[in-house]
Design a binder for this molecule. Structure first.
Ligand code: URA
Length: 253
């Protein structure tokens, strides 16, 4: 995408997302990951979603299918979404890394850095109101800060992610809740706050960031920092462009 020429209409953004998908599919920025992956897992969902999830990295099932969160953690994510009246097709799901680390090892700092611009582009193109980071890797990356998820979960803050100002809402990773009932309860409680966050007005985009040349790299947070959904406002309907089924191979609905 050319500097200063960020697409604005839902249709233009969706087309640009597809072009980004093609670009990422042949990425070789991380030689080890490029050599060992079966598929790049770009992300999936509504290209115009108000709510975006960012996980850690694809696992074995995701690598096989080229889609994010299709294993046990994904099933839990679907269940928690259903409990707040949302389907997976209404949100956009991406990961910090687009390729599976061999043997499911942790993503390396250099890999995260090499993959970061893809995530920022996805955020700029989907234009979500709320980004829900799942676990430590996504939270630390998007906050550009080392504070852990245990301290941060369940509290939203207005923050710049690349070119886009969003409400960032860190929660525990569903995989961590799979076998720990107390963590599942916490995750469920945090999920229950999402509808009120989504009902709030989208944060103001500082000086029309869409046209700005450089991403703000998560560092320039708006005044007021922490944000809570005490005074829900009417949701903005927005354009809801679902990708057609013919494009399902792109990992987008
Ligand atoms: N865990 C993640 O963080 N991402 C996936 O896509 C699947 C499991």
């Amino acid at each position: 995408m050319a500097r200063g020429e960020r697409p604005r209409s839902a249709e233009q953004r969706r087309e640009a997302l597809k072009a980004l998908y093609s670009q990422v599919s042949s990425c070789v920025r991380c030689p080890e990951l490029a050599a060992t992956r079966r598929n790049v897992v770009f992300g999936s969902g509504d290209a115009n979603a108000e709510l975006m999830f960012v996980g850690e990295a694809p696992g074995a099932r995701e690598d096989e299918q080229g889609l994010p969160f299709v294993g046990q953690a994904g099933k839990l994510l679907d269940r928690l979404l259903a409990e707040i009246g949302l389907a997976r097709s209404q949100v956009f799901v991406a990961n910090t890394l687009k390729c599976r680390p061999p043997s499911n090892r942790d993503p390396l700092p250099l890999e995260i850095e090499r993959c970061r611009s893809y995530l920022y582009e996805q955020v700029a193109l989907v234009e979500p109101k709320v980004i829900c980071t799942l676990g430590n890797f996504a939270t630390k990356l998007l906050r550009q800060d080392d504070t852990g998820i245990t301290r941060l979960h369940g509290r939203a803050e207005v923050i710049a992610v690349g070119w886009r100002v969003v409400r960032l809402y860190p929660i525990f990773h569903p995989a961590a809740a799979l076998y720990t009932p107390r963590m599942l309860e916490t995750l469920r409680e945090d999920f229950l706050k999402l509808p009120a966050l989504l009902a709030m007005q989208a944060p103001e985009q500082a000086a029309e960031l869409g046209g700005s040349e450089e991403p703000m790299d998560g560092m320039s947070r708006q005044q007021g920092g922490e944000d809570s959904p005490q005074a829900p406002q009417q949701a903005q309907p927005g354009e809801r462009a679902l990708l057609g089924s013919g494009e399902a191979q792109l990992g987008l609905f």
